[in-house]
Ligand binder design. Structure first.
Ligand code: Z5A
Length: 208
């Protein structure tokens, strides 16, 4: 049996990941692909509990290293209990964020070293990496304005503009490191403009 593909969707807040995830799923299903969607941090009951701990606003300053380790703890659980069994059984998995978000937020945003993240990535994932990553790019000011319309802010959404600029820059560094894996979409345009581009980019990548 052929192994399933692992496809991830990334971007800063307000980029439209949740809005476009269902669209991506529908494009993949049109191609006859059996797809399960999931998200990080989260995706299993234990990983969702870790997510709640990570996102809750709190008075205590959260150590960047503690945050990093919790992201990878949730990821280890998610991979072992959900993602790998699906992929091994031939199902394609579409995830709202994965390890590029760790490089972007804990690396770019919090200032932790690429090398530290890479070491944890190798421990938790071994050789496993996404087959394809859709990166939705939006000017951080636009993204924050969109996200803030949604109401109560989680711990990450309370960060300042400079944080999101660093996160966005770190995502672009990831693209430069493995351009063949990424589809980069200008998500600043209206959905009716970007969704045909997403479809085209996915189909092109999948045919390669
Ligand atoms: N995090 C981390 O630090 N390290 C890690 O390793 C991982 C995650 C895996 C939770 O993730 C947090 O975890 C996240 C990073 C951190 N930080 N935060 N915040 P999340 O993915 O659950 O959180 P999120 O970024 O807030 O995701 P989201 O809910 O999917 O937001 P979104 O990408 O902004 O999507 P949206 O809800 O679809 O769009 C936001 C609004 O914009 C909504 O009203 C849409 O209607 C609107 N929108 C979307 N696209 C458009 C366009 N094209 N035009 C106009 N309006 C639009």
């Amino acid at each position: 049996m052929n192994r399933g593909l692992f496809i991830t969707v990334e971007g800063i807040e307000g980029a439209g990941k949740t809005t476009n995830l269902e669209f991506v799923r529908s494009v993949l299903q049109e191609q006859g692909m059996n797809v399960v969607t999931t998200r990080e941090p989260g995706g299993t009951p234990l990983a969702e509990e870790i997510r709640e701990m990570l996102l809750a606003p709190r008075e205590e300053q959260v150590s960047a290293k503690a945050e990093l380790l919790m992201m990878f703890a949730a990821r280890a659980q998610h991979l072992e209990q959900k993602v790998m069994p699906l992929i091994k059984s031939g199902v394609h998995v579409l995830s709202d964020r994965f390890t590029d978000a760790t490089y972007a937020y804990q690396g770019g945003g919090r200032g932790l070293s690429w090398d530290l993240i890479q070491r944890l990535e190798n421990i938790v994932q071994e050789e496993f990496r996404p087959d394809l990553t859709l990166l939705l790019c939006v000017n951080p000011e636009v993204g924050i304005a969109r996200a803030r319309k949604r109401g109560a802010l989680d711990r990450f959404e309370q960060e300042k503009l400079e944080f999101y600029i660093r996160v966005q820059d770190a995502y672009m560094k990831r693209v430069a490191e493995s351009p063949e894996r990424f589809c980069v979409i200008n998500a600043q345009e209206p959905l009716e403009v970007i969704q045909p581009q997403i479809r085209q980019a996915l189909l092109t990548k999948l045919s390669n």
